[in-house]
Design a binder for this molecule. Sequence first.
Ligand SMILES: Cc1ncc(COP(=O)(O)O)c(C=O)c1O
Length: 423
Amino acid sequence: MNRHKRSPESEMMSYGYEPTWSEGAVKAPIFQTSTFVFRTAEEGKRYFELAYGLTDPHAGESAGLIYSRLNHPNMEILENRLALWEEAEAASVHDSGMAAITTVALTFLKPGGVILHGHPLYGGTAHLFAEVLPAFNIKCISFSAQDSKDEICQKLESEGIKPEQVGMIYIETPANPTNALFDIEEMLALKKTLQKDGADAILAVDNTYMGPLWQQPLLLGADLSIYSATKYLGGHSDLIAGAVLGSQEHIQAIKTYRTFLGNAPSANTCWLLMRSLETLKVRMEAQQKTAIKVAEYLKDHKAVANVSYLGIDILKDKRKAAIFNKQMSGTGAMISFDVHGGEKEAFDVLNQFRLIKLAVSLGSTESLAQHPYTMTHAAMPEQEKLATGIKPTTIRLSVGLENASDLIQDIEQALMTTHVMKA
Ligand SMILES: Cc1ncc(COP(=O)(O)O)c(C=O)c1O
């Protein structure tokens, strides 16, 4: 008889953990330990052979626990649960989203290599690519959501880049904070073209904004799906973490770098993430439901010059609608809107919010608003910000779990009591 395949949300409470391991405790305890006792010296030797890839495991043999920078029970259970959301072979977790992205970059890019990346990106990622990687002799070439595969190849040619230099294609879709959509199918075609010309490029997708519920890049053919687990996966603004999902081979390579870069998350962080995964689906669905109402309200407000919310964007933009229909199943809970006026008017509104908190980050239970132009994307050159739609008037809103009417009332009083209304 075929075993019924359960949905990920049904597995988040207990997958990969047996209460008999821990005195019957229904929840996995926090394994607050830095090191693990070997039963024999021979066992310790074998664990190291496997951990350092000196030999392949026998059939059914798994890596033993050595030291918490390499692995620990909370991390293992968490990784096994995370992988379920995108039917991934494996997952690796990291001390932050940036640690995950840095580890991926150092694993797959080598001096003399090139990373071909979509633009815009989260400000920290943009800084890593533009300022840090060049110091390791890794060149970054950017392209926009509108660029086709052929235009990107022409760009490479005009920059004198040979296809075999490209180690990674990296996109963030939807892009933070503009909601620009990159076409994963087009990126796979680009990868294929580059491979035909000798490249060994992988496709990595930052899936923080939509995943894992409404977009699953691995199921669409991407090699890596990357998360700031600080956002929806954590979901309570009480931890910083990152995650990468992919094939066993790719994740093993990433974990080897993680061991030496030393960015494995603590048992406590992993435990908190497991707690959060139990409610991931209901949280994300409730946040989306409220975001749809908030975006509808903002759309027709006379103090608002422009609203970008996927549910609205796809009604106006055929290209976005086509990409959305191919690769996404929800419109999410992230809204960007512009007020009339300039930075001062945007600040007036941000300073007036009472229920909504003025803070960076997203995907949490509480609604958060920030000013990308001077905050998360402050380091981006002005021309690039303006070209990608990040203006002094732009406010980014992450919708949380509050009552929709209360949020709308808070936005209303902020818009009404500032002179944005007088414009
Ligand atoms: C889309 C995206 N990717 C990556 C990151 C980096 O994650 P972390 O802050 O967990 O390092 C962020 C942070 O805001 C983000 O928004």
